[in-house]
Design a protein around this ligand. Structure first.
Ligand code: AMP
Length: 216
């Protein structure tokens, strides 16, 4: 199955994706992570991407589509993808439909995490990512401990776009460009609403039972 995790920035898509990958043998596709990798490699494209990300704007569709083609065409990940932060606008959603058909796959469901603005801002300001293993933590709500993270705290970093000013622009971009996709998936009967305000374990349980019912 291929699954889309949908929601505003800070909704917990990445955290849920990390958990689901383990339990359902899925491969996580975070376009944000792929773009940050490009920045890390200090390519010319990376420099261009960095400016857009730090302004809270979307990166052009052609760049994103190339990343997605590489993954969908890879037989290793056939029909076991979990998308986090993609698609981000209607054109990307339409292109994804085209690509899944082309590579003989399908989208099994779209899980929409519902969280209000105050909560996502708090979550974003506390977010920490491990630069070694890529796992996501939150210094207030889900701190890295010996039990949940073997790399230790020394690799934890903050994202450059997780600041007060960029957050507001990212939310604006989400409302204008990304939110309208929901209607598209509703019409395709793929949409499941999830209460994203609940705790990590509770959300995981709810999502797991949806995915288990799709598998059966
Ligand atoms: P994320 O890690 O999903 O929060 O994404 C961080 C930033 O990367 C976004 O604010 C965008 O600037 C960019 N980005 C990530 N995914 C996409 C996408 N599918 N389309 C366009 N821009 C994206």
């Amino acid at each position: 199955m291929n699954v889309i995790l949908f929601g505003p920035p800070g909704a917990g898509k990445g955290t849920q994706a990390d958990h689901l990958v383990k339990y359902f043998n899925l491969h996580k596709v975070s376009t944000g992570d792929l773009l940050r990798n490009e920045i890390k490699n200090k390519t010319k494209l990376g420099d261009k991407i960095k400016i857009l990300i730090n302004q809270g704007l979307l990166v052009p569709d052609d760049i994103i589509n190339n990343l997605i083609i590489n993954i969908l065409s890879n037989k290793k990940f056939y029909n076991r993808l979990i998308f986090d932060g993609y698609p981000r606008n209607l054109d990307q959603a339409i292109n994804l439909d085209y690509l899944v058909k082309k590579y003989n796959q399908k989208i099994s469901c779209v899980l929409s995490l519902k969280v209000e603005k105050e909560t996502i801002i708090k979550r974003i300001l506390g977010r920490q990512t491990c630069s070694k293993c890529g796992l996501i933590f939150n210094e207030y709500f889900y701190p890295s401990t010996n039990q949940n993270h073997s790399c230790g705290i020394k690799f934890l970093v903050k994202r450059s776009d997780d600041n007060d000013k960029t957050i507001l622009k990212r939310i604006e971009t989400y409302l204008a460009k990304t939110l309208p996709i929901l209607d598209y998936y509703k019409k395709l009967s793929l949409l499941h609403d999830i209460n994203g305000k609940a705790g990590i374990d509770q959300i995981f349980k709810e999502i797991s039972s949806i995915l288990a019912s799709l598998e059966g």
